[in-house]
Design a protein around this ligand. Structure first.
Ligand SMILES: Cc1cc2nc3c(=O)[nH]c(=O)nc-3n(C[C@H](O)[C@H](O)[C@H](O)COP(=O)(O)OP(=O)(O)OC[C@H]3O[C@@H](n4cnc5c(N)ncnc54)[C@H](O)[C@@H]3O)c2cc1C
Length: 480
């Protein structure tokens, strides 16, 4: 007699849910344990925020455009899917990132890591910080560690260590590019735990950065990826979603589209511990559930059973981006870098711009140039909701002012992401730990995971999906 399959419902078909479903099959096969995975996705497509548009030879990312090499979960996933040959690497021509200061682009000096100088020379070279601001940042070398334990806001931390100028003119725009967040509300421990660790260990951010700068790359990084900060895929990030979908179908995963999970109940009629009900009336009986949906949807599912304060406190920021394609002959700018960042105080609509065709040569056909401009950050989301014409006009006006770019784009693609970027407020990790404690006691076998919980980056999400799958099947967190 064959054993009854272990029935798992995965809620949400973004990268977290897809990674969870993929590793559930992989681990179960390895353990010789029959499994039946049902993935419920509310929309009519997989991938969540990942959305690549392939048009007229361009590869345009409407959502995320790349992932950190240093956190290797996406590289591992690519390998496990046989997709590692498809990895794309940033061009060496894109070394310089510019930063806007008083309406002009300034190259960011080498030696700044996440906006933090790893040597005093890097600090001395920047034209963005005044002499007094540089002296203040150098005080980081002598200032004592923070006296209190516990979390603090990222902005408070950066001002405390490096002073207001470095915090506001360099670190904040870099962070805004990742979280679209307000540094005075973001949790240091949830958003930049490595910074908190550096202070604890080295007593100084600058000394800490210098110490980790030369540290060798993770051992499992492909040789081509060494020295590159970000990676993508030659045909765009959606390649990983397509590969996951193919693999899940092959493995017998039941993928249900248009199935927004609206309730999670205990004790299904057939004796299964859980029953998921979707808005379209579909019901799924499950032994275990992985909840990988945005925080408001997860809160709604779990609220009847546990205190969901941790999820309710995650606020979302809306962002947009405008991709512009040009004929190179009429372009008139050398695009000699990866793009530019715009500090909040500069009063621009654009928060950052990637010079996509320089940074990622695979994204534009020969003879074309591609830029991507980002709009919207915490406390400043109005531009995201402008009508298309006005948004495109405002972006082009900023490009004219900042880059002297007057060429007419031959392609404009506007992508809006409403309530897309989760913000981890101070105390986030403690609240999440409490939520998980309650889940373990009251809903054993129900896991909540994804970008609202433990990291917004694609590698964080892929890692969370994998970790949830491992935990459900009793494997160690690092299983692969
Ligand atoms: C514009 C933008 C740019 C970004 N750029 C980068 C980048 O360059 N690099 C990087 O590493 N990260 C980037 N990020 C972050 C990263 O893309 C996300 O954090 C990540 O994709 C989130 O994955 P997820 O699976 O946790 O959530 P999501 O992608 O949000 O997926 C959740 C899924 O659940 C579905 N769903 C919702 N409610 C229900 C329900 N009730 N039942 C069933 N399904 C439901 C949704 O339709 C969706 O498919 C970016 C994010 C945005 C928005």
């Amino acid at each position: 007699m064959t054993a009854e399959p272990f029935r798992v419902a995965v809620l949400g078909g973004g990268i977290t849910g897809l990674s969870a479903a993929f590793y559930l099959h992989r681990f179960a096969e390895r353990l010789g344990r029959p499994i039946r995975v049902t993935l419920l996705e509310s929309s009519d497509r997989l991938g969540g925020r990942i959305d690549t548009l392939r048009r007229e030879g361009y590869v345009i990312e409407r959502g995320p455009d790349s992932f950190l090499a240093r956190k290797t979960a996406m590289i591992d996933l690519a390998r496990d899917l046989g997709l590692d040959k498809e990895l794309a690497y940033t061009s060496p021509l894109a070394r310089t990132t510019y930063i806007v200061h008083r309406g002009r682009l300034h190259p960011m000096p080498d030696g700044l890591m996440m906006g933090v100088p790893s040597d005093l020379g890097a600090l001395a070279r920047t034209g963005v910080i005044s002499p007094v601001g540089k002296l203040r940042a150098a005080c980081d070398l002598f200032l004592p560690r923070r006296g209190k334990d516990g979390d603090e806001a990222v902005g408070e931390f950066l001002r405390r260590r490096l002073g207001r100028e470095v915090a506001e003119r360099i670190a904040e725009p870099l962070l805004a590019g990742i979280h679209a967040g307000d540094p005075d509300r973001l949790s240091l421990r949830a958003t930049l735990p490595q910074f908190a660790d550096l202070e604890r260990k080295y007593g100084s951010l600058i000394r800490g950065m210098a110490a980790v700068r030369g540290r060798s790359a993770p051992a499992n990084l492909p040789p081509e990826a060494r020295g590159r900060t970000f990676l993508s895929f030659r045909r765009g990030l959606y390649s990983v979603v397509e590969a996951l979908e193919r693999r899940l179908l092959r493995d017998g995963c039941a993928i249900r589209f248009g199935a927004a999970a609206v309730s999670l109940e205990r004790n299904a009629p057939d004796g299964a511990p859980y029953r998921i009900v979707a808005e379209n009336g579909m019901e799924v009986a499950a032994d275990a559930v992985i909840v990988a949906v945005p925080a408001p949807a997860a809160a709604r599912l779990l609220e009847p059973h546990v205190d969901v304060e941790a999820l309710r406190r995650v606020e979302y920021v809306s962002v947009a981006n405008v991709a512009l394609g040009y004929d190179a002959r009429r372009f008139g700018h050398k695009l000699d870098g990866s793009g530019f960042l715009v500090p909040r105080g500069e009063g621009r609509v654009i928060t950052a711009s990637t010079w996509t065709s320089t940074k990622w040569p695979h994204t534009a056909p020969a003879g074309k140039r591609l830029l991507r401009c980002y709009v919207g950050r915490a406390g400043d989301e109005t531009a995201v909701h402008l009508p298309d014409d006005s948004l495109a006009y405002a972006v082009k006006r900023d490009l004219r002012d900042l880059m002297d770019l007057t060429a007419r784009p031959e392609l404009v693609v506007i992508s809006r992401h409403r309530n897309a970027m989760p913000q981890y407020a101070v105390g986030h990790l403690e609240r999440i730990a409490e939520l998980r404690r309650q889940l373990e006691n009251r809903l054993p076998g129900v896991m909540v995971t994804g970008s609202a919980l433990e990291g917004v980056g694609l590698p964080d999400c892929a890692a969370q999906g994998r970790k949830s799958a491992a935990a459900l099947l009793g494997l160690p967190a690092g299983a692969r």
